[in-house]
Write a protein that binds this ligand. Sequence first.
Ligand code: SF4
Ligand code: SF4
Length: 74
Amino acid sequence: MKITEDCINCGACAVECPTEAIYEPGIVWKIKEKFMPPISKEHFFIITEICDECAGLKKIKCIAICPMDAIKRK
Ligand code: SF4
Ligand code: SF4
């Protein structure tokens, strides 16, 4: 999953994500006790190592909620 520059930073996808894989722009994130630099400073971003593509759910929650159609499958 990838968030494109069409994102308007509404934050709706981050609230919906069951794996907490979506972060605010410019924020430092953490994986395996290691801090990582933000992937984007302009728009929300998805950590592919954390995202499980909504495994077991009927729909991809972030794509379903995004008002801008800004989330794409890689
Ligand atoms: S596909 Fe599902 S798990 Fe992955 S970022 Fe979107 S809501 Fe989160
Ligand atoms: S729901 Fe869409 S527009 Fe809103 S923050 Fe997520 S990617 Fe950006």
